[in-house]
Design a protein around this ligand. Structure first.
Ligand code: HEC
Ligand code: HEC
Length: 468
């Protein structure tokens, strides 16, 4: 499916942005610490750095970009301060810091290497920012949290600029963009977005390429036998098949692998009842979307409710952007709704979604299982699975990917990965954690879930030809 006259524009825009975005993504990885030396940043990026951390730009006076995008959690939310341990996978914001959000906060690491949103040759969405791609560019994204009611919650651009005028770096802003810009709040806010985007593009802390896997690809680190098994399973077209959407090799032969192809897919991730919007006590500003008599609110990703310029393809409803898997071991919980706290569950879901649906979806009183329970039943019946009987799918439920490995299974089939093999894939994913020091390969402390998956006998083996 294509949008007439739209495809060419999309591709041209992407190519232009890729050039700008990826030009700096060279092979030369900065030191592992990659702490973001401010002296190396342009004036715009230095201004962006100050804005990024400034809580005084929010209506509550207590929230900045850095509150939700925490450096020590790979610029995702700190799951110990919120997320999993707080019992909610979505952030809190608003003028009174009492409004819950709707989606799990993604990592900002490597986000600046995402191409601008475009419709690809197959007519599908690609690139763009937010989990639904509704911000075409990083610049466009960066100004949105300031006026989002459940985030930094300013009433409008004028309110943001009024706060900006009280800040010690106002002079930097005026020097860079001219004082006259402040008279036009919309343009002034756009300039703030440009400064933030410059910071995300230029600060090496956002894209250090300092994982063990990066050094392995350059021949400067060894993977253990278990990590190599995990990599092979990750790439295997008949088992994990993960690399089909999360490529482990470079796309252009220059930029290291991104572990996302920037496409969108519908995995049928189960509904998360820990998100307030998914419960009867939903926040007042919860959109009523796709009311099917079961729930009033569904998050259909590319189709809304947050995306305004809807990609009006029925088949795209329920799709979310494929995220990078770099630093995945430290950015839980997982998926757009934070449904899974651990990689073990996230990967278990991939390989046993169709062989053991009762492990992931609600079981009804009659013993049947309602699969894909986070998609509305309008335009079709619910996807109810009775053991031994092939389910019927229709409407939005038919959009779930059920053809590609590892999702092409049925009850009674063997899962695509055994529990030991899932552990192998986890240990491989843990090699995507930045901050590895090739001179001191045992120094990096990985999260507990990495240590739990590692088999004690794992020993380093020489680098093989498995390189980019
Ligand atoms: C209250 C928490 C919160 C605050 C504050 C916040 N963000 Fe986010 N950020 C999120 C969430 C949640 C998402 C995903 C939302 C979605 O997909 O609809 C997100 C998405 C993003 C993305 C898209 C990443 C991608 O890969 O598509 C970028 C970039 C980003 N934020 C940058 C910023 C900047 C810059 C600021 C400050 C101006 C900021 N954020 C403030 C929670 C927050
Ligand atoms: C057909 C494409 C496709 C394949 C194959 C695939 N993924 Fe994904 N992956 C996605 C999409 C799309 C998402 C985001 C879904 C969402 O948020 O609802 C995702 C999300 C994830 C996440 C959560 C990321 C985060 O930041 O929350 C993990 C972990 C993950 N994938 C690992 C894997 C592994 C391991 C495999 C192989 C077993 C795999 N994926 C195979 C498309 C794919």
């Amino acid at each position: 499916m294509t949008i007439p006259g739209f495809r060419g524009w999309g591709l041209a825009l992407c190519a232009g942005l890729l050039l700008a975005a990826c030009g700096g993504g060279s092979d030369a990885a900065p030191p592992a610490s990659g702490g973001g030396d401010a002296t190396a940043l342009s004036a715009a990026a230095q201004l962006g750095q100050k804005i990024f951390a400034d809580t005084a730009l929010s209506a509550s006076g207590t929230q900045s970009c850095a509150s939700c995008h925490v450096a020590s959690s790979a610029f995702a939310e700190d799951a110990t301060a919120s997320g999993v341990d707080r019992g909610s996978p979505v952030p809190v914001g608003g003028a009174g810091m009492n409004q819950t959000g709707f989606r799990n906060t993604p990592s900002l690491m490597y986000a600046s290497l995402t191409p601008a949103f475009y419709i690809d040759a197959d007519g599908g969405p690609n690139g763009g920012f937010f989990r639904d791609g509704r911000a075409a560019t990083l610049e466009a994204q960066a100004l949105m949290p300031f006026t989002t009611s459940f985030e930094m919650a300013n009433a409008d651009a004028s309110a943001v600029v009024a706060r900006l005028k009280t800040r010690p770096y106002l002079a930097d802003f005026e020097t860079l963009y001219g004082a006259a810009v402040l008279d036009d709040p919309t343009t002034a806010l756009e300039r703030m977005g440009q400064a933030l985007a410059a910071y995300e593009r230029e600060n090496p802390a956002f894209h250090p390429f300092s994982s063990k896997y990066d050094y392995f690809q350059k021949g400067q680190a060894q993977l253990t036998a278990q990590e190599l098994r995990g990599l092979a399973l990750f790439n295997s077209a008949t088992q994990g098949n993960c690399s089909a959407c999360h490529p482990s090799t470079s796309g252009d032969g220059v930029t290291p692998p991104m572990f996302t192809d920037f496409s969108y897919d519908n995995l049928g991730v189960p509904r998360n009842s820990l998100i307030p919007a998914n419960t009867p006590s939903a926040p007042a500003d919860t959109p009523v979307d796709s009311d099917d008599g079961v729930h009033t609110y569904y998050d259909l990703g590319v189709c809304g409710p947050f995306r305004e310029q809807t990609v009006d393809f029925f088949s795209n409803c329920g799709q979310f952007k494929v995220p990078t898997l770099r630093n995945i071991a430290v950015t839980g919980p997982y998926f757009h709704n934070g449904r899974f706290a651990t990689l073990k569950d996230a990967i278990g879901f991939y390989v046993r979604r169709d062989t053991n649906p009762e492990q992931w979806y609600p079981t009804n009183p009659d013993g049947t299982v309602t699969k894909f329970d986070d998609l509305p039943a309008i335009y079709g019946g619910q996807f109810v699975v009775t053991p031994g009987v092939v389910g019927s799918d229709a409407g939005y439920l038919g959009n779930v990917n059920t053809s590609e490995i590892p999702y092409n299974r049925h009850i009674g089939d063997a899962p695509a990965l055994t529990p030991d093999e899932i552990d192998d894939v986890i240990t491989f994913l843990c090699t995507l954690t930045d901050g590895f020091d090739p001179a001191n390969p045992t120094a990096q402390v990985l999260p507990a879930q990495c240590q739990a998956a590692a088999s004690p006998a794992a020993a380093a083996v020489p680098r093989t030809s498995l390189s980019r």
